[in-house]
Design a protein around this ligand. Structure first.
Ligand SMILES: Cc1cc2nc3c(=O)[nH]c(=O)nc-3n(C[C@H](O)[C@H](O)[C@H](O)COP(=O)(O)OP(=O)(O)OC[C@H]3O[C@@H](n4cnc5c(N)ncnc54)[C@H](O)[C@@H]3O)c2cc1C
Length: 451
């Protein structure tokens, strides 16, 4: 039945269409997380904007829900929609900088590396994320934690414009002047409102960074974690810290504190001296770097592994978190780790009303990242991540996690808890205006408010 309808889509578009029987469908279907097994009825790679409009209208006529894929990194599997149309923007890459206005217009399929390469050529940068192969679309629409978090806020805070194809096929140019409520919603409300085709960011100058990793081991590990929390409590805006806890080869817990300092090496070294000189610190590779070097501090994690992430946005850093990190690291397998991304500075000072993003009051994003190879380990790995999330849940600001790190089986209650109650109400109204039948439901879903 759908086969005939697909002919209509072929007739009115120029892009590539893949159905399950087609050569290339399986390769196109596969996402970053091997646990994301959803099978779209049709995968569509648009050639241009009219293609997207036509595909959205075609899905409405065919009664199909729509999923959107940018970089394909959704660990929750949102860009692997089962039984729906997948609009795959992964080939929509390219970014144009306006150096005088200090802005960049990026096609929605860009990876962070595209954005960084374009802006770096002008000595500029956008706050985005820390893994250069991640897509800017999903990352920005649900927050965006980067090495510029404390000095510039979340990636969504720097979003100053977008182009969006809504559920009825209307093309909306979004900025403060034209669609201020939608701009607010796109700053954290995820892919709920339609297909975002282009994103515009405000840029900032980043002449120098000082970054790297400090590694800790041994009996003073707990104290090193608490020292990290102390350093964070009085950290200037230039400093961003992320703490990673894993199990070392000898089976004991280990941590690294990953550092991004925006500025000269002297200032950076002074900011982390208490950590670099801590008795448990056995290795440091901190060094001066430029923005692109800082952005490649983390090596991409390969495609095709099995992954399950779960965590909380938390309201305080205390000894219970240090204990949870040590216990979970002791129980982790080779590839899995617990991550604490610390939040302070401008990320906190930007008014709540600027963005729909619901994690601004959190002092950290705390998530267990279970990563493994074989299906035989599914149960144990998922249980490990859930145990960590349970251990830190008393610290949670509202019971929700960072939506960009959502678990595969995220409940509706955890989605709601990721937003402030006032924002949730506004988001549901916005959803009713732009997507009243919830056609875009493969996301941290905001159901449309009843009329
Ligand atoms: C290895 C790795 C490292 C990461 N590092 C960071 C990090 O440093 N900081 C951080 O904040 N996050 C990070 N993340 C999380 C990341 O932000 C999310 O996985 C995000 O969804 C990735 O965006 P994407 O476009 O690649 O995702 P996709 O899987 O392509 O999309 C995810 C969802 O986002 C929505 N979406 C995406 N593009 C569009 C669009 N154009 N229009 C409408 N909706 C859209 C859709 O709902 C889609 O289903 C990381 C993830 C991984 C796997």
């Amino acid at each position: 039945m759908l086969g005939e309808a697909v002919l209509d889509l072929r007739r009115c578009t120029r892009g590539e269409i893949l159905e399950p029987a087609d050569l290339g469908y399986e390769a196109a279907r596969e996402a970053y997380n091997a646990m994301a097994t959803g099978r779209p009825t049709t995968i569509f790679r648009p050639a241009d904007l009219p293609d997207i409009v036509a595909a959205v209208r075609w899905a409405a006529d065919s009664g199909l829900a729509i999923g959107v894929r940018g970089g394909g990194h959704s660990v929750a599997g949102h860009s692997s929609p089962d039984g729906a149309l997948l609009i795959d923007l992964s080939r929509w890459r390219g970014a144009t900088v306006d150096p005088a206005a200090r802005t960049v217009d990026a096609l929605a399929g860009c990876r962070l590396m595209d954005l960084d390469a374009a802006t770096f050529a002008h000595g500029l940068a956008a706050p985005s994320g820390t893994f250069i192969d991640t897509g800017i679309g999903g990352l920005t629409l649900s927050g965006g934690i980067s090495w510029l978090l404390s000095s510039e806020g979340f990636a969504c805070d720097a979003l100053i414009g977008a182009q969006l194809v809504a559920a009825d096929g209307d093309v909306l140019e979004v900025d403060e002047e034209h669609e201020p409520e939608l701009l607010w919603g796109l700053r954290g409300g995820g892919g709920n409102f339609g297909v975002v085709t282009r994103l515009r960011y405000a840029l900032t100058e980043v002449p120098a960074m000082f970054g790297g990793r400090l590694r800790f081991h041994g009996s003073a590990l707990r104290d090193a974690i608490l020292t990290t929390f102390e350093v964070e409590a009085s950290a200037p805006d230039e400093l961003v810290l992320a703490l990673v806890a894993w199990r070392a080869e000898d089976g004991s817990p280990s941590i690294s504190v990953n550092v991004g300092w925006r500025g000269d090496p002297e200032g950076g070294m002074a900011a982390v001296r208490a950590l670099a000189t801590h008795p448990a610190c056995y290795e440091s590779d901190l060094k001066p770097m430029n923005w692109l070097q800082q952005q490649t501090l983390y090596q991409p994690i390969p495609y095709g592994l099995r992954q399950y992430w779960k965590g909380h946005l938390i309201g305080r850093l205390d000894e219970s978190l240090a204990d949870a990190l040590i216990s979970s690291a002791s129980e982790a397998t080779d590839e899995s780790f617990a991550l604490v991304e610390l939040i302070h500075g401008k990320a906190h000072r930007i008014p709540e009303t600027h963005a729909a993003f619901g994690g601004r009051s959190a002092v950290a994003n705390v998530t267990a990242l279970a990563i493994w190879e074989g299906a035989a380990d599914d149960e144990a790995e998922i249980a490990w991540a859930r145990r960590f999330a349970d251990r830190v849940s008393p610290l949670s600001i509202r019971g929700g996690g960072y939506l960009n790190y959502a678990e595969l089986d995220q409940s509706a209650a955890r989605v709601t808890a990721a937003f402030a109650p006032d924002s949730w109400d506004r988001l549901q109204k916005l959803k009713r205006r732009l997507d009243p039948t919830n056609r875009f439901r493969f996301n941290a879903n905001i159901p449309p408010q009843d009329a």
